[in-house]
Design a protein around this ligand. Structure first.
Ligand SMILES: *Cc1c(COP(=O)(O)O)cnc(C)c1O
Length: 462
C-alpha cells in the first residue's frame, strides 16, 4: 500500500480535461434517447413478438410470470437479430423460453393461468420459484455481516480483501438476463436518503475491517441509479485510505450504453469516474458480457471508449451458457473483440445452480474443452480470463483441466478465491465425471473420502 494517499479534490482542471476529451468523442450519439422498457405485463406490446405463433407467446408469458422479465427497446431493436430467432443469442439472453422451466413446473403454472383463478396462479408461481433454489451458494444464511450488532442487508463479505455492496436502488437492471443467479432479488426503491444511510453503514463496516481493500458495488445493476445517487455511495469511499480499488459490476455497456454516452447525467457519471481515479484509487468497471454480438453496435463501442477515457479499466466477465455461447469460436471472438477495444477479459463463469440452470448449464468437462479451444485461438494478450470458475459455497473453484494420474482420470481444480484465504491457489483433484455441472456433483479422486477443505468448512459453519 502506498504511504500517502490523500484524496485530491475535484479541481476545475479535471472537469476541463474531461470536457476536452469529450471533444474527441463521436457526437452523433449525444442526442438523449428515451429509455423504454417492457415487462411481463407488456409482452403483447412488443411488435416483433406478434410474428411468433400463439403457443410460443403463451409459453413466454408463463415463463415470464415465474422468472424476471424486463427488456428495453435498444436490446430489442439493435442487439437482437430477429431473422435468427429463436437461435439469436441475445434473444435467448433476454426473452423467456418454454424450456427454461422444467416440464412439471411449466405445466403447473400454465394450467393455473388457463384456469384464470388469481390466487391459484399466485400459489403456483410461488411454489415453482421456491423449487428453483432462489438463494444459491448460501447467499442468505452465510454472508450477511453486522455493524454495531445490527445485520446489514446490503453488504456481503465472503473473501477477506473484498466487500460486496448492493445499494438498494441498484437492484434492477436495464434488462434482465434469463439465466440470472440473482433473479430472486429484484425489488427496488429510489431515494437519496436511503443511499446516504446505506453508504454510511458501508463505511462503518469497512473501517471495522482493516483487511478490506476492495469494494465491489453490484446489484442488480448499480448503473441504473442516477449519478447523484451513485455518487452518494462512492464519494465516502474516496475518503478511506484502506480502499485501493472500487469496482462497479454492470451490464449497462450491453443493455444501455446510452448510460455513459447520452443520458442526461452521463457526463456527470464520467466525471465521477475521473474523481475516483484522481483520488489515487483503481476503478474497475466489471462489465458483464456473454457474446461478441453485444459489442457490435457503434454506441456500445462509443460507450467503451468514453469509460476508458476517464482512466477506469473495463474488465469483462460472464457465464458460459447453453443456447447462448457454448462454443469456442464465440468466446475467442468475444475475447479478441474485447482486447481490441481495450477491455480486459477477467472471468469465465460456470452457470450457477439456480433458476433456469437446467436450460443453460454446460457439463464441467465440456466447459473446460470450450475454454481451452477458445484459448488456443487467441494470443496471450487475450488469455487473461480465468475459468471456467464455479462461485460455490466454499469459494471460487476453477477447473484447471482433465488429466490422468496413476491411471485415474481426474479433474484438476484450484481455488481462485476461498472462504479461508489460505485455500487460494491450492490445487486439488476430483474423479472425472462427464455429466457433472457443479462442485457438489464431484467426488474426491484417489479414493479419498473428503476434499481437503471440507472439515474446515464444516467447522467454520458451526
Ligand atoms: C468473485 C467475488 C469477489 C471478487 O473476487 P476476485 O477474485 O477479487 O475477483 C468477491 N466476493 C464475492 C462473493 C465473489 O463472488
Amino acid at each position: 500500500m502506498p504511504e500517502t494517499n490523500t484524496v485530491i479534490p475535484l479541481h476545475q482542471d479535471i472537469r476541463e480535461s474531461a470536457d476536452t476529451l469529450a471533444q474527441t468523442f463521436d457526437h452523433a450519439y449525444d442526442e438523449p434517447r428515451r429509455f423504454k422498457v417492457y415487462t411481463a405485463r407488456q409482452l403483447d406490446k412488443i411488435e416483433q413478438l406478434t410474428h411468433l405463433d400463439d403457443e410460443t407467446r403463451f409459453a413466454m408469458d408463463v415463463v415470464a410470470n415465474v422468472l424476471p422479465f424486463r427488456v428495453n427497446e435498444y436490446v430489442i431493436n439493435e442487439l437482437i437479430n430477429w431473422d435468427n430467432v429463436p437461435n439469436d443469442p441475445i434473444y435467448q439472453l433476454t426473452f423467456p423460453q418454454k424450456g427454461m422451466l422444467a416440464p412439471e413446473h411449466f405445466d403447473k403454472v400454465a394450467d393455473a393461468m388457463r384456469g384464470g383463478d388469481k390466487t391459484a396462479i399466485k400459489t403456483a408461481i410461488a411454489e415453482v420459484r421456491e423449487a428453483l433454489n432462489p438463494h444459491p451458494a448460501g447467499q442468505m444464511e452465510h454472508n450477511i455481516p453486522e455493524v454495531d450488532g445490527e445485520k446489514i442487508e446490503g453488504i456481503q463479505h465472503k473473501y477477506n480483501e473484498t466487500v460486496l455492496f448492493f445499494p438498494s436502488q441498484g437492484q434492477v437492471c436495464h434488462s434482465y438476463c434469463t439465466f440470472c443467479f440473482r433473479w430472486a432479488q429484484f425489488i427496488g426503491d429510489n431515494d437519496l436518503k436511503i443511499a446516504t444511510k446505506e453508504a454510511g453503514q458501508l463505511k462503518k463496516y469497512i473501517q471495522a475491517h482493516p483487511e478490506i481493500s476492495d469494494v465491489l458495488i453490484t446489484g442488480g445493476d448499480p448503473l441504473v441509479m442516477k449519478t447523484k445517487n451513485l455518487r452518494a455511495h462512492i464519494e465516502p469511499l474516496l475518503e478511506l485510505e484502506q480502499i485501493r480499488t472500487i469496482r462497479i459490476g454492470s451490464k449497462a455497456l450491453t443493455f444501455w450504453p446510452q448510460r455513459v454516452v447520452s443520458d442526461a447525467d452521463a457526463r456527470d457519471l464520467l466525471h465521477l469516474f475521473e474523481e475516483v481515479i484522481a483520488s489515487g484509487k483503481h476503478l474497475a468497471l466489471m462489465a458483464h458480457y456473454n457474446h461478441w454480438q453485444e459489442l457490435e453496435t457503434n454506441i456500445a463501442r462509443e460507450a467503451v471508449k468514453r469509460v476508458r477515457a476517464t482512466g477506469a479499466v473495463i474488465r469483462a466477465q460472464g457465464p458460459l451458457l447453453a443456447h447462448i455461447n457454448d462454443n469456442a469460436d464465440d468466446w475467442a471472438r468475444l475475447w479478441q473483440t474485447q482486447v481490441e477495444l481495450g477491455i480486459i477479459p477477467y472471468y469465465m463463469f460456470v452457470e450457477r445452480d439456480t433458476g433456469a440452470r437446467h436450460y443453460f448449464e454446460v457439463p464441467l468437462a465440456k466447459a473446460w474443452n470450450i475454454y481451452r479451444d477458445a484459448m488456443k485461438q487467441v494470443s496471450g494478450i487475450a488469455r487473461t480470463a480465468r475459468g471456467p470458475s464455479m462461485s460455490s459455497h466454499p469459494g471460487k473453484v476453477e477447473i484447471q483441466g482433465v488429466t490422468e494420474i496413476n491411471g485415474e482420470k481426474v479433474f484438476a481444480l484450484r481455488f481462485i478465491q476461498g472462504r479461508n484465504h489460505d485455500w487460494v491457489q491450492r490445487p486439488f483433484f476430483a474423479k472425472y465425471n462427464e455429466e457433472a455441472t457443479w462442485l457438489n456433483h464431484l467426488e474426491p479422486a484417489f479414493g479419498e473420502e473428503k476434499f481437503f477443505f471440507e472439515d474446515e468448512l464444516a467447522e467454520m459453519e458451526s
